[in-house]
Structures are given as C-alpha cells and as structure tokens.
Design a protein around this ligand. Sequence first.
Ligand code: ADP
Length: 765
Amino acid sequence: MKHMMSQVEPKRRLAVLTSGGDAPGMNAAIRAVVRTALDRGVKVYAIYEGYRGMVEGGSRIRPLTWDAVGGILQRGGTIIGTARCEVFRTRAGRLQAAANLLAHRIDSLVVIGGDGSLAGAVSFHDEWPELVAELAAHGQLPQGSANPPPLSIAGIAGSIDNDIIGTDMTIGADTALHRITEAIDAISSTAASHQRTFIVEVMGRHCGYLALMGALASGADWVLIPSDPPQGADWEERMCTVLRTGRAAGRRDSIVVVAEGACDRQGNRITCERLKKILEERLQEEVRVTILGHIQRGGPPSAFDRNLSTILGYAAVDALLQTPPGTEPFLIGMRGNRITRLPLRECVAQSQAVTQAILNREFERAMTLRGPNYQAAFRTLRTLVRALPHEPEPGQQRLRLAVLHSGAPAPGMNTAVRAAVRIGIDKGHIMLGVRNGFQGLIAGDVEELNWMSVNGWAPLGGAELGTNRKVPNGKDFYAIARTLDAHQVQGILMIGGWSGYEAMYQLFLARDHFPTFNIPLVCVPATIDNDLPGSELSIGADTALNSIVEAVDKIKQSAVASRRCFVVEVMGHYCGYLAQMSGLATGAERVYLPEEGITLNDLQADVTALRTAFQHGKRLSVMIRSENAHPRYTTSFLTTLFAEEGAGIFDVRQAILGHLQQGGNPTPFDRILATRLAATSIDFLITEASRASSAAVFLGLQGGQVHFHHLDDLPRLADWSHHRPKQQWWLDLRPIAKVMAQPAPRSCFHSFAGEQPIPENRIDE
Ligand code: ADP
C-alpha cells in the first residue's frame, strides 16, 4: 500500500489568466478550462487582471467553482479581467509573481492572450527555476512549498487580430469580423443612398487580417493593409481611378477599408485624414470617415469563437494533465478543424517575426510568413475589388461557363456567384447564370451575367439566381442537352446542396448517351445542413449556426425568473452538425442527433437528470433536438414527456426555430468560404475546359485546404440513405460538450476547504 502511495503523482493545481487586449470568446475558454479541470478532479484558480494579478497576489488569485463560470458563454470580454502590466516585464515583478503562485501551490498555467502575453509566459517558464532558487536562498519560499515542481504552461491565442502563427484563428477574430461586416454592410446602405464614399478604419497595427477579410467579406472597393503597402508611386491615382470607374459603371457606394497600421512603401502612415484629403480632392465628392474602434472588440462572441474557445480550453487542460510537469510551453491551437499542440516559443517567435518584417519594410517576407492561405485571399481580393474586369487578351479562347444553384437557399450562395462571375469575367471568359436551378437548365432559362449583374451580392442572403430541389431524371436530359448546346456551355459550376450533388451525378452517369454532358462539372457545397461529403464545412452552415445561437440566447434570457426546460428543434436534415455545434455554443444540457437516434432508456435518463437538476436549484435547461433525430420521438413528444414527468418541479416549452435558420445575410466566415471555394472552382473549370477535359468533381474544405474529389467517388464517401457524409469530424467533439454540460461533479463541492471561492455568478447552464 505504502509503495502504491508513493507511485501516485501529486495532484496538479491549475490557474487560468487572460492578458493583453480582451477578446470575445475568452469567457468561453475560461469556462472550459475550469470545467475540464474540475471534471478531472483538479483544483483550478483564476488570476484576476492578467499578470498584474499574478504580481499582486492576495485576492487576485482565487479558486473558481463550476457554477461561477455558468452563464458566461454569451458574454464578450473576460470575467476575470485583463490588464497590461509593466512590472511583470521586470525580474522583481516576476519574482513576486512566482512567490504568489507558489503560495497557492499552482504548478500549471493556462495563459490566454496575444503575442506579448504569450512571450511573457515563455520567459517566465524559462526563468522559473532561477526564481524559485532565489526565493529559497532568501528564505522566501512560502510555507509548504519546499521543492516545488517545475512550471507547466499552455498558451491559447486570444487576440482579435488573428496575428498568432500556429493556429488558423485566434479567439475573438471571427467575432471582430462579425462586427466589421455588420458595420460595413450598414455603412454601404447609407453610402449607396447618397452615392457617397466612405473610409472605414479597422483595427490591426501590424496585422491586416481584419482589414483584408473584412473587405473581402463586405465587397469593399479598396483596401490598405500593413503587410502589403500599395505598389508604385501612383497608387493614390490608381485608387481614385478604380473608384471613379466603379461609379461610372453604376456602383452607388464606394468603400475603402484601411487597417489602423497601414503605411505606404516609404513607411509613412496612411491615415484616414490623408485618404480623405486625397479622395475629396481628386474625386470631387464628399467623403465620410468611420473609425470602428472598440466596437470591434465588443459584443457577444460568435458561435465559432465560443466553440473554438471551448475546444481550446478543454484541450489545454487535457494537454497540461497529460504532459510531465515542466514540459516545454506549448500553444494549443486549431488547424483545419483539428486541435494542435505546438511549441509556444516558436509560435511566438514566428508571430513576432511578421511584425518585425513589416517594421523593417520586408513586405514580401511578411506575406510569406503569414502563409499561403493569406496570400491567396489577398490575390482573390485584388481581383474582386477591381472596378471593371481586365479586357480579354487578343485571340484568347473565351470559354462559356454556367453557374447554377440547387437545394434550399444557403446564405453565401450569392457571395459565391459574385466571386465566380467576377473572377471568370476578369480572366476573359463568358459567365452564364442559370435561373432556378436544374429546372432553369431544363427550361433554357439562361442569361449572360456581366460585372455589374452581381454588384452588391457579397453581403446578400438568399439566392438571387433562384434555387429549388429539382433533380433531373432521364426524361429531362434531352432538354438539358438542348440548353447546353444552345448556349454552348463548356463547363458547369453548381453551388448547392444534396439535390445538386445528385443532379450533377446523374448528368455524369448519363454522359455516354449525351455527349454535351462531357464538359467539366464542379459541385461547391452550399447548404446550412453541412451534410455534404468531401467538405468539413459547407457554405451557409456558419450563418445558420449563428442564427440558432442568437435565438437560443434570447430564449434563455426569456426564462430568468422561472424553472423551465426548453426543447429547441433545429434543422440539419439527417446531419446533427447544427444541433451539436449550437449545443456546444449555448451550453445546452442535451443534444439529440440523428447519428445517435433516441432510445427510451435515453429519455428515462434525461427525465431523471432534469428532475434532479431542477430539484437542486437549477432554473434553466436547454435541450437541442435535430429535426430528424428520431422519426417518432418528435420535439412535441419530448416536450409533452418532460412536462408530464417534470410536473410540479419545472415546466417545459418547445421552440421550433424553422426557417429563420435559412435566412439572414451570410456571416463573414461563410462569405470568405464562398469566395475561396468559388475562386478555386473557377480556376479549375477554366483549366479543365480549356483542355476540353470532362473532369467531374465536388470540392470542399478538408483540414483547412481545398480538396477535390471525382464525382464517381460520391457513393463511396456518402451515406446515401441518410444523405450525409460517412465520416463526420465534428462527432469527435461530443465528449467535450458532455463535460461542459454535465451537472457539477460532486468532488467540486469539497475541494476548496480554507479558501474562498468567488461568489456564484449564475446557477444555470
Ligand atoms: P498582447 O498579449 O495582447 O500582445 P501586450 O503585448 O500588451 O498584449 O502584452 C500583455 C502583457 O504581457 C504585458 O503588459 C506584460 O505584462 C506581458 N508581457 C508582454 N511581453 C512580455 C515580455 N517580453 N516579458 C514579460 N512579460 C511580457
């Protein structure tokens, strides 16, 4: 027994802090860190006000309870505060910070912050043995902390700028893009009414991510970013020419997006005042400036930021507990929807190298360091912001490429068509729009689209070309062949959902009988259901997810005074993606998925869990049911069952969210995805059609990169009877959701003897 005891490793003690600029989503990360630690039976502290709290100690370092982090998922900012702290940059400050950690026997830190905060974490880790030795030499080691273990640190990138290398996205960047696109969409409508030019300044001293993606997502007309200053001495005139030509072509609004750190090639700041003066003098029109400022940091975090933060917080604790004490600090990040663990030191060094390259005016190096996706986005933007397309090259082969939709409308469809049409025309080709999906192809409802036909489509929800679920059959093929012949179509781009994939597959199979079908065919995934093979995400799913999350936030707020359980039904067809991800983002207690079904045993367990929770003081519970989770255990059945079994303890309401999930303007993520997939597809069609090939593919994002699959691979990758992919990456997130949503583990109530946990925030969720 004694021997066994000596084998047991001492329990780790964790602390979490947020530092530097605040970022929406930090609260979700704190919640995930706290709940994962408590779930593993590990004590967890909050260090209030970042490194300042670590240096000051005392009441700034306090344990957090399970319930203290309830009800914070939807709140922007950080409940444990953040600060900049000059003292922590000094050795004396760090010595004090070490003493304070040792006083609480904290041996593992989760640091959530920007590159400064993470750089501070690495130095602190390196210095730790010396700091401990110095405290020991001066007899200042707190009681009970002789021979302390080495310090372990997990870093999480929290910064709205998305300026940390080692993760695709930093916490807060997606939400900041939401604020930026909302603002630019609003500004565009007033600018269009008065035919005005607006300059919009967005954050980003060294990183142009927000400006670049904000401009791409909102269809802005010119953008200035720090890492790629305008080329040539005549850039001012070129900018004015683009805006002037755009006006002449019929654009009513002109929007110039500028990052706050934008400079010219000589290193002179391009301020809003400078731009305003240039534009007013040369365009002879009124120019208005809007500096978005701190609006970009505020507001509720987007669904993506809540889920990213939750996953990273969970993974950070998991990694800290799995690695030996004192392990080299690591960054927990996300690349291509996969959690990554990379050396923090290198990530910080590379991120700081980008800033340094910009300061040294080594712009190409800065762009290279930012990675290929960023560069590709920049190239696409350059084409899309053009006022008018390049003229076709003399003698150039001008292809005739058709674009159409199929399936239910998905926000982002218009964005994709706009990008496809403009990129196609800019490369000298003729773009044809097919109205009303395959019905239009059968009826010959096809027209040529020009540059201005798609003007203003970037932010527009719905599907301007029209869409429906028609899947052509044998009888329709002659009519389709006639249309393709009549318009001499040399390639088809279908942007849509399952019915579109099925339709394109039918055309592909009918090729032997219909030679006109022997042209390149491309399917781009666009459906809110996210149920298409070959892509981890489809266009529209992020918008629907955000609509659901906003609706559930409101539903939860409506119930503050009662003891109530909501059964919320969400769309998804036979794919539980929207249910799973909205459950994670709203802190739902239970999610019912078509992939799992529902059994009587499940329902019995759920009733018991609900009764127990409400009897112990719970006030609000959310159960999310995917529309086809079970054919007979419907949403109203669940509602009746819970109401009957919970009578006298809690009441139950159902909310079927319905079509609000298909509507709305696309989120920045969907707009960027739509643009990226459309750009790749058009490049593909142009290459293949010029070679008179008949490649037939569907494409999508996998591991963060665009991948192509042959259409004849569709049956292998799809679960045809359920209309969903055979492999669904997001199912792996279920354990995280379960940890977050479970009732507080019993062990949490006993672990804080002698110390004052912070007051409970809210008892729900
Ligand atoms: P961000 O983390 O958002 O980049 P800052 O660069 O302001 O924000 O850093 C936040 C805090 O991190 C600083 O106020 C300081 O306390 C700490 N910090 C930053 N750089 C270092 C460093 N090199 N050494 C020690 N602490 C640092």
